[in-house]
Design a protein around this ligand. Structure first.
Ligand code: 13P
Length: 249
């Protein structure tokens, strides 16, 4: 069975609640498609108005992060139950910006992935190498390690429903998109790694996105690759271009 594409926007730390609703109203008619899942991952404070503004549309709302405990004395954090109660379906986990600026590690990523599944949230699990790692030729080793730790104790049934976002750090926000060959090579390696951990059926089911300077111009070729099942889009998800990316065909 062909995998359904999933195209998600990651708004990062942009858009006040008022701006969020205005942007959704602008993008709503542009992102209509029957061929892909469309997700807007928004800042926590935008979640409730965004869920409201997308009711009755094909847009699902995702969070950009969550904590791995149920509740308690964790000032400033958002729990998985808070997300599901608000109508969130997806949650980005382990974005490279969270790893770099907020001390997230493969181990915390794994805890969050397990907790997301426990609550019926679909994790969008991020991985990616730095420019130095790419130049050292250790990209695939590095990504395999990130994936193996992220999926520790995750069942095959859960893994089949996960989304992985391959985002080379050097391509994020730089306008320097990976070549289709580079993106496909790593996404294929990720799928092979999932087959090793689980089995071929799980590897065939899991969806793998490419992220890093995806634009309306680069999306069609990237998303046509055998192992690329859509994109995680930063900057271009805040503009009308996102409509063209979603309707890339
Ligand atoms: P850009 O599309 O702005 O490069 O961001 C990619 C990204 O980090 C999505 O999570």
């Amino acid at each position: 069975m062909a995998r359904r594409k999933i195209i998600a926007g990651n708004w990062k730390m942009n858009m006040t609640p008022t701006q969020a609703v205005a942007l959704i109203e602008k993008l709503k008619p542009l992102v209509v498609t029957e061929d892909a899942d469309v997700v807007f991952c928004v800042p926590a404070i935008d979640i409730i108005p965004a869920v409201e503004a997308t009711k009755g549309t094909n847009i699902e709302i995702g969070a950009e992060n969550m904590y791995f405990e149920e509740s308690g004395a964790y000032t400033g954090e958002i729990s998985p139950a808070m997300l599901t109660d608000a109508g969130v379906k997806y949650v980005i986990i382990g974005h490279s910006e969270r790893r770099e600026y907020f001390a997230e590690t493969d181990e915390t990523v794994n805890k969050k992935v397990l907790k997301a599944f426990e609550h019926g949230l679909t994790p969008i699990i991020c991985c990616g190498e730095s420019l130095t790692q790419r130049e050292q030729g250790i990209t695939i080793d590095w990504i395999r390690q990130q994936i193996k730790i992220a999926f520790l104790n995750v069942t095959a049934e859960q893994a089949a429903k996960a989304v992985i976002a391959y985002e080379p750090i050097w391509a994020i926000g730089t306008g320097k998109v990976a070549t289709t060959e580079q993106a496909q090579e790593v996404c294929a390696a990720i799928r092979a790694c999932i087959a090793e951990i689980y089995d071929d059926a799980t590897a065939a089911a899991i969806r793998i996105q490419y992220g890093g300077s995806v634009s309306a111009a680069s999306a069609p070729e990237l998303f046509a690759q055998a192992d690329i099942d859509g994109g995680l889009v930063g900057g271009a998800s805040l503009k009308e271009d996102f409509g063209a990316i979603v309707n890339y065909k």
